[in-house]
Design a protein around this ligand. Structure first.
Ligand SMILES: NC(=O)c1ccc[n+]([C@@H]2O[C@H](COP(=O)([O-])OP(=O)(O)OC[C@H]3O[C@@H](n4cnc5c(N)ncnc54)[C@H](O)[C@@H]3O)[C@@H](O)[C@H]2O)c1
Ligand SMILES: O=c1ccn([C@@H]2O[C@H](COP(=O)(O)OP(=O)(O)O[C@H]3O[C@H](CO)[C@H](O)[C@H](O)[C@H]3O)[C@@H](O)[C@H]2O)c(=O)[nH]1
Length: 330
C-alpha cells in the first residue's frame, strides 16, 4: 500500500519524503507546484502535478497507487497574507482540505496526518504550551488550520477517519546532505532571511519589535529542525498504520530563542558580521511561543535529534551557501 504526500514538493513535505523513503514506504507526491519545487522531490519518487481540489485526478492517483494513508501538507501559510486575503486562505486551506477529505472518503482512505500549527494557540499566557491549552488564533491562517482540525474531529466521529494533527512550532534547517532546503518566494521566515543577509543578498536583517515583554525585548520562538519534524511524520504514519486512534501533538524543541539570539548565533555560525535594523512590530506576532512536546515524546517515542539552534542554523547555512538561488540554481 502507498502513502500520498500532498504538498510533498514544498519545504517540510520534501524533507518528510526523504525520511519516508528510508523506511521503505511507497511514496507518491501530489502537488500543484504553486509554491513547491520539482527539484525538491527525490529522483524515482512519482510527482503528480495536481490540485487537491481536482477530485478526478486525485482519485485516479489514489487508486493507481493503492494509497491507504495521506500526509497532508498542501496549504497556504503566510500569516500576513492571510490577513490581507482571507478568501484565499479559507479557499486553499479549508475548502481544498474538505474537497480532499471527501475524495478520500469516496476512495475508502481513512488515515491522514495533518500539518497544523502553533498559530492555533494565539497569544497564550503560560509556557510551555501543551495541547490542552485554549486555542484562540490571532490570525486568519491559524483560524483556517483550527477549522480543519474541527472538520477532522467531526469526520473521525462520524465516518471513522483516523487522523494525527501535528502542530508545528517554527520549522527551520535543511537536510544534512545539503541536497534540499528552504526556498520560499517570498521568504518571510527569520532564519533564511538572516542567512540571506549573511550572504549579502539583503542589506540588513530587520528585527520586528524590540519592546516585547521578553528579556531582550524581541519575540521568542521555538525552532525545530525540519528533519526532526519529518521523523515525527514517519512515527505518526506508522502509528496510524498500526491502528492508532486520532491524536493531536505539538512539535517543538521545547526551548525558546529571541530574535536577537538567533541573529547572534547566525553571526557565530557563519563567521560573518552583517547589519541589523530595529523596526516596528509585525502585526499579529505573539511575544512568546514555546512548546511542550511531552505528549508525542511519551506516546510515539519521538526524540528530536538535531534541534539545537546552532545545528539548525549550520544546516540551513550549508544549504543557502551552496544554493544561493534555492532550487533555481545548484
Ligand atoms: N514552515 C513552517 O514553519 C510551518 C509551521 C507550521 C505549520 N506549517 C504547515 O506545514 C505545511 C507545509 O509548510 P511548508 O513551509 O513546507 O510550505 P510550502 O509552501 O513550502 O509547501 C506547501 C506545498 O503545498 C503545495 N500546495 C499548496 N496548495 C496546494 C493545493 N491546493 N493542491 C496541491 N498542492 C498545493 C505547494 O505547491 C507547496 O509545494 C503547511 O500546511 C503549513 O501551513 C508550516
Ligand atoms: O525579518 C524578520 C522575520 C521575522 N522576524 C521575527 O522572527 C520571529 C519568527 O518569525 P517567522 O516569520 O520566522 O515565524 P513565525 O513565528 O511568524 O511563524 C511560524 O510559526 C507560526 C506559528 O506561530 C506559523 O505556523 C508560521 O507558518 C510559521 O512560519 C517573529 O517574532 C518575527 O517577528 C523578524 O524579526 N525579522
Amino acid at each position: 500500500m502507498g502513502v500520498l504526500v500532498t504538498g510533498g514538493a514544498g519545504y517540510i513535505g520534501s524533507h518528510t519524503v526523504y525520511e519516508l523513503i528510508k523506511t521503505n514506504q511507497q511514496v507518491v507526491v501530489y502537488d500543484n507546484l504553486s509554491k513547491g519545487h520539482r527539484g525538491a522531490v527525490p529522483a524515482g519518487i512519482p510527482l503528480i502535478m495536481g490540485d487537491i481540489r481536482e477530485a478526478a485526478r486525485l482519485a485516479e492517483t489514489i487508486e493507481a497507487n493503492h494509497i491507504d494513508t495521506v500526509i497532508h501538507f498542501a496549504a497556504d501559510s503566510l500569516v500576513g497574507e492571510s490577513m490581507q486575503d482571507p478568501a484565499k486562505y479559507y479557499e486553499n486551506n479549508v475548502v481544498a482540505t474538505l474537497a480532499l477529505l471527501n475524495t478520500l472518503r469516496k476512495c475508502g482512505v481513512n488515515r491522514i496526518v495533518f500539518s497544523s500549527t502553533a498559530a492555533v494557540y494565539g497569544e497564550p499566557e503560560l509556557w510551555p504550551i501543551a495541547e490542552n491549552f485554549r486555542t484562540n488564533p490571532t490570525n486568519v491562517y491559524g483560524r483556517t488550520k483550527l477549522v480543519i482540525e474541527g472538520i477532522l474531529a467531526d469526520f473521525s466521529q462520524a465516518y471513522g477517519l483516523k487522523y494525527v494533527s501535528l502542530r508545528y512550532f517554527n520549522a527551520a534547517g535543511a537536510l544534512n546532505s545539503g541536497t534540499i532546503g528552504e526556498d520560499h518566494a517570498p521568504e518571510t521566515h527569520l532564519i533564511p532571511l538572516v542567512l540571506k543577509t549573511a550572504l549579502g543578498q539583503r542589506q540588513a536583517i530587520d528585527i520586528y519589535g524590540t519592546d516585547y515583554p521578553t528579556p531582550d525585548g524581541t519575540c521568542i520562538r521555538d525552532y525545530i529542525h525540519v528533519t526532526d519534524l519529518a521523523q515525527a511524520h514517519v512515527l505518526a504514519l506508522e502509528y496510524l498504520q498500526a491502528g492508532g486512534a486520532s491524536r493531536i501533538y505539538n512539535l517543538g524543541s521545547e526551548r525558546g530563542f529571541s530574535v536577537r539570539e538567533v541573529i547572534d548565533r547566525a553571526k557565530f555560525v557563519t563567521g560573518i558580521d552583517f547589519p541589523v535594523q530595529e523596526k516596528e512590530r509585525r502585526a499579529g506576532d505573539p511575544a512568546i511561543l514555546v512548546a511542550s512536546s511531552e505528549r508525542i515524546r511519551q506516546e510515539l517515542g519521538w526524540k528530536p535529534a538535531c534541534s539545537e539552534l546552532d545545528t539548525i542554523i549550520r544546516s540551513a547555512w550549508q544549504w543557502h551557501k551552496n544554493n544561493p538561488h534555492g532550487f533555481g540554481e545548484s
